[in-house]
Design a protein around this ligand. Structure first.
Ligand code: PXL
Length: 277
């Protein structure tokens, strides 16, 4: 069984980050270790959230794991709560990666804006960290901030997306995947670039209008889970896009506020089926 460690916050309510990553990756038959980077009462899109930073836990946890000689087949980082965590994760990735992959979701913003708590120093640090990764999965907002490129929210061309993807691999990442891409109103998906083979590929599903929180985390978790099941990136993207679209479809007629995240639970059987299990 493959082993992943995922490093991101616990937002206690709101179905994102660890409360999504742990169940999804585990359900895909992958042993999942965690390092929580912070504990929040909810994610930061709700008002008045509490925030307990856990930066000071990362080094003692790493030290213990070092003494045990642990390594992982995949290191998946998501929301990192402080600039210092980027520095610690750079060292952590060097030490615990073994022959495994570093998969970075540079969670920092959406809709053309950074999430509360992030600034340009953090963006620069994240861009550097992405340079060490095998695979990075930003959205257009995160990519444009890291590359200092213009942000275009919709109506962009394939060339705009390709330019961003080339720029992202120019940071040093071997493969870059841009999430939340839509060239036609009725579809949404991802476009990717492999800098080693100079190949682009993309995968799209049915777009359902509206804002759904945490879908980037659902996508990234399903993607690393599929990679750990030995699917090539192209197939892993298909699995993760189809799953994310299904989670959104299952949530679309739920009257609950979409800030509580998507119904990823109900679509887990479909996800497992789609990786041939
Ligand atoms: O889903 C991304 C995410 C993760 N963690 C926290 C967040 C967000 C997005 O808002 O606030 C704490």
């Amino acid at each position: 069984m493959k082993k992943v460690v995922t490093v991101q916050d616990i937002s206690c309510v709101g179905r994102c980050s660890l409360t999504v990553a742990l169940p999804i990756i585990s359900a895909m038959g992958v042993e999942t270790a965690v390092i929580p980077t912070a504990v929040l009462s909810t994610h930061t899109k709700f008002k008045n959230f509490t925030f307990c930073d856990l930066t000071d836990q990362i080094e003692p946890i790493s030290e213990h794991w070092r003494s045990m000689g642990l390594t992982f087949d995949g290191i998946y980082t998501g929301y990192l709560g402080s600039f210092e965590q980027l520095r610690l994760m750079t060292r952590f990735a060097d030490e615990f990666r073994g022959d495994g992959i570093l998969f970075v979701d540079p969670v920092m913003g959406d809709g053309g804006r950074l999430y509360s708590g992030f600034n340009s120093d953090f963006v620069r640090g994240m861009a550097k960290f992405c340079g060490k990764a095998d695979i990075i999965v930003p959205n257009i907002t995160e990519a444009s901030f890291m590359l200092n490129a213009p942000y275009i929210g919709e109506g962009y061309s394939q060339d705009y997306v390709k330019e961003l993807l080339r720029g992202l691999t120019g940071l040093g990442a071997k493969k870059a995947v841009l999430t939340g891409i839509s060239f036609r109103p009725e579809e949404i998906g991802v476009m990717a670039y492999d800098s080693e083979s100079s190949e682009f590929y993309s995968h799209f599903g049915q777009r359902i209008g509206g804002y759904y929180h945490g879908t980037g985390d659902v996508f990234a978790s399903a993607c690393i889970g599929a990679l750990m099941n030995d699917l090539p990136l192209n197939d892993a993207l298909r699995v993760a896009v189809d799953y994310t679209c299904e989670c959104i479809r299952l949530t679309s007629d739920d009257p609950r506020d979409k800030a509580f995240g998507v119904n990823f639970e109900k679509a887990i059987p479909m996800l497992i089926h789609s990786i041939g299990k």
